[in-house]
Design a protein around this ligand. Structure first.
Ligand SMILES: NC(=O)c1ccc[n+]([C@@H]2O[C@H](COP(=O)([O-])OP(=O)(O)OC[C@H]3O[C@@H](n4cnc5c(N)ncnc54)[C@H](OP(=O)(O)O)[C@@H]3O)[C@@H](O)[C@H]2O)c1
Length: 302
């Protein structure tokens, strides 16, 4: 049940941030943190602790204002039409629209975090590149002389029943989570001190499975094992959060599209309210038993 573990009131997270030492000097790194549900968690950290936030993702951050020809197009279909009018070849329109939407989401996250009082910086780093990830961790630590918290949330889905799955697709889905998290944990082990917390964003699919998600379920299950082994190896705190589906919200829709959300509603699966989800995690980190390697958070049955 959502938020049943971890004590304390479901307030604004300020007491939790203070208990975790997340003040203006603290530094939290979020891999895959500029978009989706992790951007929501970053906003909760910003509002509660005003800590410095370092965000990584593959999307290229927009340089300067968007071309007025596309800027007025606010949703995907308007954007596709605007791009087609600009002469982008039809087979490339969808990818171009995705790039623009992702860039806008990154920019909106950075604006939101700084409005909430957190200095935030974004770097384009592919978590599937272990050397780049290690370098980013080293640079962040070297710049501030500390790393208080880390969130690993990079993930992709390419759902298909196993019999029809292309091995390369399986590898992408699995590696983005499992290999990326392993590289991150190795990089953290090289720092002079472990962060106060390291959170791995997993999925309830790891525990209960989901049609078309054999790769994704395996990857999320692997996260928990990687975190537990890292704790044994380093003594650091690693918590895997196996999330149930979140309700899509505003700019940060995440992996649950409106269509999927409707499907869940039809099946009677309630979706995690984003504010409740982020505060539940903050409470777990602040008051939860540190030796617990994983928690499952869901708003209802699966
Ligand atoms: N939304 C849910 O209901 C739900 C439920 C269970 C678990 N989760 C987990 O929560 C995490 C976030 O999901 P979401 O729903 O917010 O999905 P999302 O909007 O697709 O976010 C995924 C994030 O991962 C980043 N990412 C993907 N591949 C990457 C790579 N190779 N290197 C660096 N960053 C990468 C993406 O940024 P770029 O595209 O810019 O790289 C994005 O920030 C995922 O790990 C997911 O498995 C979500």
């Amino acid at each position: 049940m959502l938020g049943r573990t971890g004590a304390g009131p479901a307030d604004d997270g300020v007491a939790e941030a203070a208990a975790l030492g997340l003040d203006r000097d603290a530094v939290v790194l979020l891999v895959g943190g500029a978009r989706g549900i992790t951007a929501r968690f970053a906003a909760t950290l910003a509002a509660a602790g005003h800590c410095r936030l370092e965000l990584l993702g593959r999307t290229a951050a927009p340089e300067g204002p968007e071309d007025p020809a596309t800027a007025a197009a606010r949703d995907r279909s308007a954007l596709r039409a605007a791009l087609a009018r600009q002469g982008v070849p039809l087979p490339k329109v969808d990818a171009a629209a995705s790039r623009l939407l992702a860039g806008r989401e990154v920019a909106a996250t950075l604006d939101e975090l700084s409005a909430l009082g957190s200095p935030a910086r974004y770097r384009t780093v592919n978590a599937a590149d272990p050397a780049a990830l290690r370098q980013a961790v080293k640079e962040v630590h070297a710049e501030y002389g500390r790393l208080d918290g880390v969130v690993y949330a990079a993930g992709v889905i390419e759902d298909k029943v196993l019999a029809e799955k292309d091995p390369e697709s399986f590898r992408r889905v699995f590696a983005t989570k499992a290999h990326g998290a392993a590289a991150l944990l190795d990089a953290l082990a090289e720092l002079p001190a472990r962060p106060r917390f390291t959170v791995l964003f997993g999925s309830i699919a790891a525990a209960l499975g989901n049609r078309g998600q054999a790769d994704y379920a395996a990857a999320n299950d692997a996260l928990e094992e990687l975190g537990a082994r890292w704790t044994l190896r380093t003594g650091g705190r690693a918590l895997t959060v196996h999330w149930g589906p979140w309700a899509p919200s505003g700019a940060h829709g995440g992996m649950v599209s409106e269509e999927l959300a409707r499907d869940y509603r039809r099946r009677g699966v309630r979706l995690i309210d984003p504010d409740a989800g982020t505060l539940a995690l903050l409470r777990e980190l602040a008051w939860g038993e540190e030796s617990v390697p994983s928690v499952v958070y869901t708003a209802s049955g699966w």
